[in-house]
Each structure stands twice: as C-alpha cells, then as structure tokens.
Design a protein around this ligand. Structure first.
Ligand SMILES: Nc1ncnc2c1ncn2[C@@H]1O[C@H](COP(=O)(O)OP(=O)(O)OP(=O)(O)O)[C@@H](O)[C@H]1O
Length: 317
C-alpha cells in the first residue's frame, strides 16, 4: 500500500482562459493536507477561479488538477469530500435558515449539527426571514456556519468575512482554530484582510494576474523582504541595483520594499546613508508584490524624472 502524499491537492500547469483573459496562467502548486492555506493576491488575481476549478465548479482550459489523487470534475466521490463557500452564494427564493441547514446536513457526510446550532446562535442568524432578505454580513455568517459545520475534509472559503462585524469576525477566527485543532482538515481561504487573518495561516499562496508568485510557509515569507526608509534621494541610491518591489514617497521621505532579507552588506550600505532597515509583514509584502516594482501613485505620472532604473523597470521576474 502506498502512503498518502502530504498534499491534498496537486495542480500542474493549470490555465483557465475567458476569451483573451487568462484568469489562471500555467499555475503549478500543491495544497498540503490538514493545513490552513491563505490564497492571496490583488483583485482579479485568479483566486476565485482557482478555487472554482479545485472544487469542480468550473473546468480548466488546460493543465491537471488532482484532489486526493483524482481529477475532481464529475467525480462524485471527490466532490462530496469538498465544501466551497463562495462570497456570492445564492439560495432558492423561498429558502429560510432551516432549509439551508437541512440541505447541508444531507449534502455533507461529516455534518455536525451541534456545531451548526452553536454558530447560528453565536452569529445571531435569524430564523424567520427568507435568506434572500439577509444582510451581507448575515449571508457571510451563514456561509461560515456551513463551511465549518460541514467538516468537509477539504474546505474552501472565498472571502468569507464580507460584511461581517468585528465581533463576528473574531468568533469566526476563534471557532475555526478551535474546530481545526479538534478536527484537522485541509482549509483554503482567500482573503484581503491579511493582517487580521495572518494568525490563522500556516501556508500562503500568492497569485498575481493568474500567475503563481509564491507558495510558501508563512514564517518563510515573513523574512522574504526588507524595507528601507529614509530621505528620498538616499533611498533611491540604496535601491539602485537592488530588487525593488515597491516604493512609497511622502514629502522628502521614501520607503522602498526590497526583495530578500537584508544581508550584512545591505545593513552597512543603509547605515552609511542614514537609512533605517526594517522587517516587512505579510500584508505589506503582498501589497508590495502588487505594485509591480512601481511607486505609489502619490505623484503625477511623468513627474518623477530621477526614478532609478530598478524601480522604473520593476526588478521582479
Ligand atoms: N466568467 C468569466 N468571464 C470572463 N472573465 C472572467 C470570468 N471569471 C473570471 N474572469 C476574469 O478572470 C480574472 C480572475 O478573476 P477571479 O475572480 O478569479 O479573481 P480574484 O482573485 O478572485 O479577484 P477578487 O479578489 O477581486 O475577488 C479576472 O480578470 C476576471 O475578470
């Protein structure tokens, strides 16, 4: 008997096009079993497209997807082990809370009714109105109830927090961590609230314009870049020849996010120019990747005549 691989999902050369738009472009990666992975990237990066294909709700244009070793599309055995909570889930017009929960209980073999009841009360989800009258936050809460109580071995959450108040988001994070500790499973969640949700994540996948930028442990990414802050001209000189992910300028001060941890030589060069070297958090790193090596648009395009070549061209391959 072969041992199960440590990956719940494997994706090879995955491409999804819509006409001339490449929602996913030659993506190769794996999602580890019994791990919470954050799917990050700017609007339109391809996060929903990827989860839709992995959960068999859409089909790739080319490439291969294996979920627990099998292609998911039209594979009932694989599909019933997955739960995809979309940010725009629709329900039949006459459905109330009880109808949605009844459907989920039938659809998910590992469904936990006690957990569903606890969450309904925690999120104060109303029983009487039809679901189509729910507020944005109530709809998100309902998705979270289904996603967690399904106990599906592979669960996808697509921006599950939309419209949720701060208390409800805290409840979500706390129950997710508690339930995951008691029932480990593979969870993939897309989010733009990176600072807030970073504590939940063990691994991170970053997409940009359909392409894979990073697939790494959160701890590895925390040291993946450094930032240099100082007078604009000094930071520009420091940035010269280094791989600049983004640069912010306010007045005469600038901060450049540079790919890679600072070496002793970097520290010495910074000290020589009176530049502060600092660490870059996950949210700042993802934002910096999204800049394409460009400046923040605080100044008129074309006004920046002294822009160093590494910044103007973008140094990231
Ligand atoms: N059915 C479709 N028809 C045409 N283009 C599509 C379709 N679905 C997705 N796209 C395009 O594919 C790209 C990726 O979209 P996707 O929804 O996967 O991004 P996302 O990372 O989830 O974005 P967001 O963070 O804004 O939710 C976008 O440019 C989007 O416009």
């Amino acid at each position: 008997m072969t041992a199960p691989t440590q990956n719940a999902i494997e994706v090879r050369s995955l491409t999804r096009t819509h006409g001339s738009v490449r929602a996913l472009d030659d993506v190769t990666l794996a999602f580890r079993r019994d791990t919470i992975t954050g799917l990050l990237g700017r609007n339109g990066a391809g996060k929903t497209s990827l989860m839709s294909i992995l959960s068999a709700q859409d089909r790739q244009t080319s490439g291969e997807v294996l979920v627990e070793g099998e292609p998911p599309f039209e594979h009932a055995r694989v599909v019933e082990r997955m739960c995809f909570i979309r940010d725009n889930q629709r329900y039949p017009d006459d459905y109330k809370l009880k109808h949605v929960l009844r459907g989920a209980r039938i659809g998910f073999p590992e469904w936990d009714q006690a957990l569903a009841d606890e969450l309904v009360s925690l999120f104060r989800i109303p029983e009487k109105p039809v679901v189509k009258k729910f507020s944005r936050g109530q709809l998100s809460a309902l998705g979270i109830v289904i996603g967690l109580a399904s106990r599906a071995p592979i669960t996808f959450f697509d921006e599950p927090y939309l419209g949720l108040d701060a208390t409800a988001r805290t409840h979500f994070y706390d129950v997710l961590l508690r339930d995951y500790a008691e029932h480990p499973r593979t969870i993939v969640l897309s989010t733009h609230l990176i600072d807030e949700m970073e504590q939940l994540l063990e691994r991170v996948v970053i997409l940009d314009r359909g392409r894979l930028l990073r697939d790494a442990d959160v701890d590895e990414l925390r040291g993946a870049a450094h930032q240099a802050t100082g007078r604009d001209a000094d930071v520009a000189a420091y940035a010269e020849g280094r791989s600049v992910l983004s640069r912010h300028r306010i007045g005469g001060l600038a901060t450049a996010v540079i790919d890679g941890p600072p070496s002793p030589q970097d520290r010495a060069a910074a000290a020589e120019r009176g530049i502060d070297i600092g660490s870059v958090g996950l949210q700042e790193l993802v934002a910096a990747y999204g800049f394409d090596g460009a400046d923040t648009p605080t100044e008129r395009p074309g006004a920046d005549t002294d822009r160093p070549a590494t910044i103007a061209n973008g140094a990231r391959s």
